[in-house]
Design a protein around this ligand. Sequence first.
Ligand code: MTE
Length: 321
Amino acid sequence: MLIKVPQKNTPAPSEIASETEYQNRRSFIRSMGFVGASALLGGTACAQENPPETRSLGPLLKSQYSTNQTENSYTDITQYNNFYEFGTSKEDPYENSGQFQPMPWSVRIEGAADITGDFSYEDIIQSHALEERIYRMRCVEAWSMVIPWVGIPLGDILKRFKPTSNAKYVSFETVYRPSEMPGQRRPILDWPYREGLTIEEAMHPLTILAVGIFDKSLPNQNGAPLRLVVPWKYGFKSIKSINKIGFTETPPATTWNDAGPNEYGFYANVNPEVDHPRWSQARERRIGGSLFDAKQPTLMFNGYADEVASLYSGLDLQRNF
Ligand code: MTE
């Protein structure tokens, strides 16, 4: 386990947490070593009979970035999911994620930053206000939803770790727990699921680390307890159940790009003009409507072009898809 050794002129990890929380975290991290090992050996030290309930997240700031489109229902958002760690059908994550134990949780921060180490969920989110942000989400499979996320701008969190000038990209990894995630017992993907953004994308104010939907903590099937939401990119970039974040100098490997480089690029910006090799990306079906509803046109950058197009000026988006 990485335990940060404080360096001169860099803030101590206790600046990220209060002293008591920091000490608790250190003993928690030590205990994680045991729990992690026992989970790998198939132990069920953490397993509970009943899946954890979602909890209320209290007063939320209303975000200026929200769309005014009608939200999908809680049922749509929690029962039609992509989360291959729990199976490949849309209903699998809802049906198969009951054994997953998102708490306690820690995230390892590594790479080109002054502050690295293991930080608890509480450390990561403490001192940040929670915002409700209603975002359009567009999946690469040409369907979409409008989701009221609860989250924190990712950049505000990342800045606390003081990335260095070598930090050109940010990598993300999902937890690897085959004992709780049945999909990981099969080689569907090269586990653990990995994603990456440029540092500019990660720091962009639209990018959030989500902790909830509506006013509740994230259900397991939506990526409990922490997930990325990048609304101008296809849904697969919004990696779930993150337990590792790294600052890198070169583009990190990403799961879908490794699995099918001709189909899934590193950028994965929503772009109606660049088709997936096997289907058009020009239109999308809004989940929750009738099967007879007309598909709606897909918008450049999922409708967030005013905010993000400048990130890609000069880049050939046909080649860098
Ligand atoms: N993250 C992990 N770890 N595993 C996954 O299979 N699927 C991605 C993304 N994040 C996925 C993931 C895809 S393809 C989509 S469309 C979104 O999660 C779906 O998020 P939602 O189910 O909350 O709508």
